[in-house]
Design a protein around this ligand. Structure first.
Ligand SMILES: CC(C)(COP(=O)(O)OP(=O)(O)OC[C@H]1O[C@@H](n2cnc3c(N)ncnc32)[C@H](O)[C@@H]1OP(=O)(O)O)[C@@H](O)C(=O)NCCC(=O)NCCS
Length: 149
């Protein structure tokens, strides 16, 4: 796991290949700064996935997690999650209280990953996400929280 310090073509390739509605580069580019933690997972020198987390003093929001489709289902998503949970649990010896995320209600692979990692649904935001197919209805966000033990 390595920190990523700026938007590169390999990050954007995973973003476009993995997500049904990817962030444009203009949005992703804003995720590199003091309040963001962007981590990349490499197999050899190949980037296979990343997380983007927004970090406030006692609160972390997972903004994005993606694994390149050809590397999915091999445990790399879990490794990215392990790294995030480790960070939240003991960064600088100062435990953060809150780990949140939002996920599309139909994103079953992601929801399974989150439930496996003790995330719990705490609310829903109807119509939060733009539709996957233009013209369809907007999609509900499930808001999840992981209690930090
Ligand atoms: C969500 C996401 C990051 C998960 O990544 P992943 O690398 O496939 O996750 P894992 O491999 O750790 O786990 C996925 C599945 O593979 C299985 N798996 C793990 N290791 C495995 C292995 N060695 N061999 C076979 N299967 C394995 C897991 O049991 C899990 O199965 P399940 O989903 O049926 O419970 C990935 O699906 C993704 O990038 N999705 C698109 C982007 C997205 O929607 N992000 C979330 C919203 S921001």
């Amino acid at each position: 796991m390595q920190p990523l310090h700026g938007l590169t073509p390999d990050i954007m390739a995973i973003e476009r290949d993995a997500h049904r509605v990817p962030w444009p580069a203009s949005v992703f580019g804003n995720s590199f700064g003091p309040r963001y933690r962007v981590m990349g997972l490499f197999v050899g020198d190949v980037l296979v996935g990343f997380t983007v987390a927004h970090v406030l003093h006692d609160e972390v929001m997972l903004m994005n997690i993606a694994v390149s489709p050809k590397y999915q289902g091999k445990g790399y998503g879990q490794l990215l999650m392990d790294d995030l949970i480790q960070f939240v649990s003991d960064e600088n010896g100062h435990q953060k209280d809150k780990l949140f995320l939002e996920v599309r209600e139909h994103n079953e692979a992601a929801i399974r990953l989150y439930l496996r990692n003790q995330f719990e649904e705490i609310g829903r935001r109807p119509g939060y996400y733009p539709p996957v197919t233009p013209g369809d209805e907007r999609e509900t966000a499930i808001v999840m929280h992981r209690p930090i033990k």
